[in-house]
Design a protein around this ligand. Sequence first.
Ligand SMILES: [Ca+2]
Ligand SMILES: [Ca+2]
Ligand SMILES: [Ca+2]
Length: 184
Amino acid sequence: MGNQLGSLKKEEVELLQTSTHFDSRELKTLYKQFRKDSPSGIINRSEFKEIMSQMGVGDTFLQDLLFNVFDKNKDGTINFQEFVCGLSSLTRGTPEEKIEFAFSLYDLDGSGYITKMEMEKILESMYKLVGTFVTCSGKKFDLQDLIDQFFDTMDENADGFISLEEYKRGTLKNPDIIQGLKLI
Ligand SMILES: [Ca+2]
Ligand SMILES: [Ca+2]
Ligand SMILES: [Ca+2]
């Protein structure tokens, strides 16, 4: 944070180096690109979508979800720090970081829990994108069945909420169910 207008400070580079998977040279390149796209030092939703399109993420629904995950402090804009942290988990994250990233993607309101309603909202949008879910064996999936199955597997204490811990354990135990639902 701090120096939004000048070049990247040495301390900022060091901080970002320890909190991301980028080295200082990559960070400087990213910063240059970021400032070129956004001289103000922050990007809004539509600028972010533009950048995602350039990076090959063309789907606008997914772009919106990604914006929400990148915008960690939920102020409606993305600064350089948020940008590189998001990019780092997305492109270079450890399996655990990727699981956390996917979890934040599903947790639409940032409450720390995934609800059936959030799941429904995401899957409904996915339906519109890809049509009906059909498994390899040709079986059609009903949306509600899919959500129930997901919660049966993930919601260990059956309280109707999937916590990050439940999501992590469930993902590791049931890679198959996640495979079918994976957005990224
Ligand atoms: Ca922000
Ligand atoms: Ca939530
Ligand atoms: Ca639970």
